[in-house]
Design a protein around this ligand. Structure first.
Ligand SMILES: Cc1ncc(COP(=O)(O)O)c(C=O)c1O
Length: 340
């Protein structure tokens, strides 16, 4: 199996163009000097849809399926300020479909929720603790819309199904081609993981294209066992979709490459260490991380370098998966922590 096989297979799936083109890989010169590694950033925060982020890649395939199968509405779910929900609404509107966002939390008109409102998404907010609990509400809304003659597609939380994972197989191909031009081989690829689709896609893509590169997925406070089984199942389903018979990835490998310890008290908990790090990165390199996903994952990357799990002089690629709306959702907490 090789890049040609993957490219051919991917071309068999319906896809819509939601990105500007390949996102840049940039060398983070100042942080590299500071850490003693060669750090590159894959700027998937610059995908170009709404505020950008990893969901754009998944949605190219998910919405491709929606268009091909003539759905007229998409329903998805997440936390009130879900990056995925905003991206889905933006993709749907651009393609002339309706978007229903099934969200959890307390309504507050800022951050991504504010952006959802600007784009005129149909938002429905429920008082439940986890996004998985929103599934029943999505199913109810699907029935309600079907009785009105609509054809709604339910997209899972985070766009993390096997169709969505194809987006990160495609990202692995894109990165591979960019690295060839840069004449660069990576020792590590690091990114945040939460609903598992990005991890499943990159893990599988890299296993096929560059098996000696280690893929480290930093958890951001979600329950570990659930994440591991979701990722493993997604990898299996995605392999099946790509017609790959041989099992390429063992459960043990998923377990080893899923790194805990940087959730800082749980998903969505905003802490001083991460906010300080967001400032450090912004000051040294001129780009921003978010406090929920990329800030925690980047903290993990730096800590793994400090602990020498990632050795000095390694070539490391950090995938910036977006999430910048989070800075505006938590503006008050961040201002208080940074004392301004
Ligand atoms: C900004 C950002 N980074 C990373 C992730 C994690 O990606 P995944 O849900 O595919 O694990 C998410 C998704 O929730 C996200 O919004």
């Amino acid at each position: 199996m090789n890049i040609q096989y993957l490219k051919k297979k991917l071309s068999e799936f319906p896809r819509v163009k939601l990105m500007w083109g390949p996102t840049p890989i940039v060398y983070a010169e100042n942080i590299s000097k500071d850490l003693g590694i060669n750090l590159y950033i894959k700027r998937d925060d610059l995908t170009g849809l709404a505020l950008g982020g990893n969901k754009t890649r998944k949605l190219e395939f998910i919405m491709g399926k929606a268009v091909e199968q003539k759905y007229d509405t998409v329903i998805t779910a997440g936390a009130l300020h879900s990056n995925h929900a905003l991206q889905t609404a933006a993709a749907a509107k651009k393609l002339g479909m309706d978007a229903v966002l099934v969200l959890r939390g307390k309504e507050e008109n800022k951050g991504n929720y504010f952006m959802d409102k600007i784009i005129d998404a149909d938002t429905r907010v429920f008082n439940v603790k986890t996004s998985k609990e929103l599934r029943v509400f999505m199913d109810d809304i699907k029935r309600e819309l079907a009785t009105k003659g609509k054809k709604p597609l339910v997209i899972p939380v985070g766009g993390s199904d096997s169709v969505g994972a194809l987006g990160y197989i495609n990202a692995a191909i894109e990165i591979n081609e960019q690295l060839k031009e840069l004449n660069l081989e990576l020792d590590y690829v690091v990114s945040a993981t939460s609903s598992g689709g990005t991890q499943a896609g990159t893990t599988l893509g890299y296993k096929i294209l560059a098996p000696s590169t280690k893929i480290l997925n930093i958890g951001v406070g979600d329950p570990r066992e659930e994440l591991l089984s979701d990722v493993y199942n997604l990898i299996e389903e995605t392999q099946d979709m790509l017609g790959i018979q041989e099992r390429l990835i063992e459960k043990k490998e998923v377990d080893l490459n899923t790194i805990d310890g940087y959730g800082f008290g749980g998903y969505g908990t905003i802490v001083r260490e991460v906010v300080d790090l967001i400032r450090y990165v912004a000051k040294l390199e001129g780009f921003y991380l978010d406090p929920v996903y990329t800030g925690k994952a980047f903290y993990g990357l730096m800590d793994l370098v400090r602990k020498k799990v990632i050795p000095q002089d390694s070539n490391v690629l950090f995938i910036h998966t977006g999430g910048l709306g989070g800075l505006f959702q938590y503006d008050d907490v961040i201002s208080e922590l940074l004392k301004f």
